[in-house]
Design a protein around this ligand. Structure first.
Ligand code: SF4
Length: 406
């Protein structure tokens, strides 16, 4: 990984643009970074940038942190400006995010700052309609001639990755509209990685990946297979607290542990993922400068998690697994009598309760078939609950989602 030397004076100077609300997180990160003291630090010559890592078989350097596009980017251009200043230059969005406003917000920034386009590694996602039409529409909104990475959005199996799609990808690359191609997956991720690793033409995958999921044998093996196939990996949903959305003793205990160490538990969750060098970058929702600066502080901080930190995360994962959906829909959605896309409903709940984004939650929920939306409370989830390896109260959660999004 490319390293940065962070001086206290550089940090404090740059902090001025980030805001007072971030001082605790950034200051703590600096204190952990073995940086020279203010009295020995040289006069700053350039702003601090977060590290990069090589992406997939192409080895393109990509910043280890990027903002997800599910916020009002048109009205919050300052976040992109600050992200640029700190080298947070992996930007992700999708055609469907905020009904196209997310792409338009990035386009607004790139149009005003055309010199930044080549510094940004930009990904967006296909969200329905014809592939070519969808891509052209994204390029128009983004005010660019190409995207670095184009994804299929939210697949849970690899049936769409057929020869027709491969031919489309080759043409889009030849036309220089996309540099790389892949998919994003929130469900059945391990299987999607394993299957796509056999294809030879998938360049990148954005997957749900966090401290709960990253240590299972199935996930480790899937990540190994993808890396061996030269696929670049982007982690998302790295900090979520799960579908029940309630603070528990376990949350308080984990928070207390990391405060003693000088981090928040959210920063520690990012650091846990970065500790796996197979993951190039983390796509994180950072809808305000406080979260942006706290995440940047975590990215710049060089302190490794200790055995005690890992034990605290493991203990927390075990204590909370019954409220955290692992996306293993191959269990609940293949149970006898299954009729509900449980994984999608869980995702809507997570956006609402864990990420505080009710608008995105409703968007995901509205994409479900009407019969499912209206009938959520009436289905029998006994077999699905029996099949769930994490013991989630699926019936209760489906009923709660039905009421919440009614
Ligand atoms: S509800 Fe259970 S079985 Fe279904 S995806 Fe979530 S954790 Fe896996």
């Amino acid at each position: 990984m490319k390293e940065n030397n962070v001086s206290r004076r550089d940090f404090v100077k740059t902090l001025g643009v980030v805001g007072v609300g971030s001082m605790v997180g950034v200051g703590q990160a600096l204190a952990q970074s073995n940086a020279p003291s203010a009295t020995t630090a040289p006069t700053p010559t350039k702003p601090v940038k977060i590290p990069t890592r090589p992406f997939g078989r192409m080895g393109v350097p990509v910043a280890i942190l990027g903002p997800g596009g599910d916020f009002d980017i048109e009205a919050n251009q300052i976040i992109l400006k600050q992200a640029m200043d700190w080298g947070v230059t992996y930007w992700d969005t999708s055609g469907g995010s905020n009904a196209g406003r997310s792409e338009r917000g990035i386009g607004m920034f790139l149009e005003k700052n055309p010199q930044t386009r080549r510094e940004v590694f930009l990904s967006t996602k296909y969200d329905g309609g014809g592939m070519t039409q969808g891509l052209n529409q994204s390029l128009e909104r983004l005010k660019t001639d190409y995207v670095d990475l184009y994804f299929l959005h939210g697949i849970n199996n690899t049936s769409m990755l057929n020869d027709d799609l491969k031919a489309w990808v080759e043409k889009a690359k030849a036309d220089k509209k996309i540099r790389f191609f892949g998919f994003a997956t929130h469900a059945n991720m391990e299987n999607c990685l394993q299957e796509s690793a056999k294809l030879g033409w998938i360049d990148g995958i954005m997957l749900k990946y966090d401290f709960h999921l990253m240590h299972t044998d199935a996930m480790k093996s899937a990540v190994d297979a993808a890396i061996k196939a030269g696929i670049g990996l982007i982690a998302m949903k790295t900090q979520g607290k799960g579908q029940l959305g309630t603070e528990t003793e376990a949350d308080l205990k984990l928070g207390g542990h990391f405060i003693q160490r000088g981090f928040t538990q959210q920063q520690a969750k990012l650091k846990a993922v970065w500790e796996n060098p197979q993951i190039t970058t983390i796509c994180s929702q950072m809808p305000n400068t406080t979260i942006l600066s706290a995440n940047i502080a975590a990215a710049l901080d060089k302190t490794s998690l200790t055995a005690a930190d890992h034990a605290a995360l493991r203990e927390y994962a075990e204590a909370t697994q019954s409220r955290h959906c692992a996306g293993c829909t191959q269990f609940c959605e293949t149970a006898p009598g299954h009729q509900v896309p449980v994984g999608d409903v869980m995702r809507a709940l997570m956006y609402h309760r864990s990420y505080g984004n009710p608008e995105l939650a409703r968007t995901v929920f509205r994409q479900l078939p009407e019969t499912v939306r209206r009938g959520l409370a009436g289905f029998d989830y006994t077999a699905a609950e029996r099949a769930c390896p994490h013991g989630l109260p699926i019936g209760q959660l489906m009923r709660e989602a039905g009421e919440l999004f009614a």
